[in-house]
Design a binder for this molecule. Sequence first.
Ligand code: CAA
Ligand code: NAD
Length: 294
Amino acid sequence: LKKLFRQHAQSARPLKQGAVLGAGIMGGGIAYTSALRGTPVLMKDIAEKQLELGTSEAAKQLARQVKGGRLTQEKADLVLASIKPQLDYENFDTADVVIEAVVENMKVKHAVLSELEGAVREDTIIASNTSSLRIDDIAVPLKRPENFVGMHFFNPVPVMALVEVIKGAKTSDVAVSTAVGYGLAMGKTPIVVRDCPGFLVNRILTPYLRSFLQLVADGADFVQVDRAMEAFGWPMGPAYLEDVVGMDTGSHVVDVIAAGYANRMPPLAHDALKLMVENKRYGQKNGIGFYRYE
Ligand code: CAA
Ligand code: NAD
């Protein structure tokens, strides 16, 4: 990591103010982690309810840190105050890096990022936390694609160490170095990867999750599969993991990666994720997915 830091420190832009678009599972986690590690962050969403969720999750995490003696109440209050929930782009011209974490939908990302470009400075680096969409495809409507980079965090953001930094064809070295620098500042382990559907981790994880969906389509009991994978030594089984990720997001990711590598992934006869999205069983985010949450 020291080597990585030295390699990118020269060209990385100084980072005083961060911002995230989307206060959901990922945007909220990124905002919290950024603030905890000392970079204040603006957190924009289109839904007041989501801003409240993002803020209350951060408050809950901070309370745990205080209870565990890792943070003083005074410091926790300062961290929470450095996350600014908002429905508009106020002060986005102060942001050095903005991380987009809105829904995994190309049309929505195009609209949101085009709008964002008008609200930030010309030198602001814009990063997308997309799980699967190619950075070059997301960059199509952008006026400054050189400032655009992928920054793929993992869920739950506060504890997952890895962040994939994705360099698109037009992404500048400065944008890559700044994203690596922000990842390091957040205490993460960044890796720089090439642009393709699913990047590195989701190209491995998605075939695993798809094999699980195939087993379910064949009649397997998902609880038994989860128990087996836990006994095998993984921290959680695939059904529980889909609940953590969110069925809507998971379903988009599977579709994008299956389409990107169609010759390697035959279509599924029955898709449990789609069925669950149709039945509004989104996972932990709304209290019901494969499992029920109180
Ligand atoms: N938010 C914040 N902190 C959390 C947390 C959460 N959601 N869940 C656990 N933690 C913290 C706990 O507070 C605890 O911290 P302390 O040691 O300071 O008390 C620590 O993590 C360990 O927690 P636990 O002992 O309760 O739980 P665990 O041993 O099961 O570890 C885990 C938790 C690391 C999340 C583990 O369950 C795990 O690795 N799960 C797999 C997660 C995974 O695969 N994520 C990737 C999803 S796919 C993705 O992100 C990509 C995509 O594009 C869709
Ligand atoms: P989520 O559904 O929890 O949150 C998405 C948020 O975006 C919501 O709060 C929604 O109100 C907001 N939003 C929608 N349109 C918006 C707009 N125009 N402006 C501002 N906010 C808007 O989703 P998530 O799980 O946090 O996923 C967000 C992104 O992160 C997706 O691209 C997803 O693929 C990626 N990702 C997800 C995971 C995961 O495990 N869930 C992991 C890594 C990456």
